[in-house]
Ligand binder design. Structure first.
Ligand code: PRP
Ligand code: URA
Length: 209
């Protein structure tokens, strides 16, 4: 089964608390999501392989390390995942970005795909799927499934807030995928919103409600 990494660094907890607050407006919410994604990216990329290279400092030549191996791809689930892209890409500028458009059917709560555009070499990249909310897990599981159908093998999932139901679904459907999350909340309500959560992440990010 994939590992669950709960990233409860004080800076992350503090910023997530600000994001939960109903009084936090769109501008601040957007900035906070980007900052948290950047902090999470630090840990998510911890196992990237390194190789030794030689550089010349102003003092002398030396052996030093740079990232090697497969390149990264960041895959936001539209819409709310978009808010996590810049924070990660600012740390890993060589990463390419693919988009998967999904929405939850409000009646069935099942994910419906409406867009998919991936880097041409996505199957050769280490992919980081990003979406702030992991509720029933339907969207994340479907997005990972789409990537696998297109030949992608190395996939991690990075979310801000989830519940055990969603975590368990992804772990069951995709036991090879590690999940990185900032907070595990109590439950889902009757509309499958996370409690206490932060409300509708897409609406808060883009000011659509
Ligand atoms: C939200 C969220 C996830 C999904 C999580 O997106 O950003 O993608 O719901 O719910 P699940 O785990 O039960 O699938 P939403 O469908 O509201 O679309 P939006 O980002 O366009 O608002
Ligand atoms: N999607 C959201 O944006 N928020 C939730 O709490 C659940 C799904």
């Amino acid at each position: 089964m994939g590992k669950l990494h709960v990233m409860d660094h004080p800076l992350i907890q503090h910023k997530v608390s600000l994001m939960r607050d109903i009084n936090t407006g769109t501008k601040e919410f957007r900035e906070l999501l980007e900052e948290v994604a950047m902090l999470m990216a630090y840990e998510v990329t911890r196992d990237l392989p390194l190789k030794e290279v030689e550089v010349e400092t102003p003092i002398c030549k030396c052996k030093t390390k740079v990232i090697s191996g497969k390149k990264l791809g960041v895959i936001p689930i539209l819409r709310a995942g978009l808010g996590m892209v810049d924070g990660i890409v600012s740390l890993v500028p060589a990463a390419k970005v693919g988009h998967i458009g999904l929405y939850r059917d409000p009646k069935t709560m099942q994910p419906v795909e409406y867009y998919c555009k991936l880097p041409a070499d996505a199957q050769d990249r280490e992919l980081i799927v990003v979406d702030p909310m992991l509720a029933t897990g339907g969207s994340a599981s479907a997005a990972i499934g789409f990537l696998k159908q297109r030949g992608c093998k190395s996939i991690k999932l990075v979310c801000l807030i989830g519940v055990m139901e969603g975590i368990s679904k992804v772990q069951h459907d995709h036991p090879d995928v590690d999940i990185y999350i900032a907070a595990v909340d109590e439950k889902l309500n009757d509309h499958c919103y996370i409690v206490p959560g932060l409300g509708d992440a897409g609406d808060r990010l883009f000011g659509t409600k």
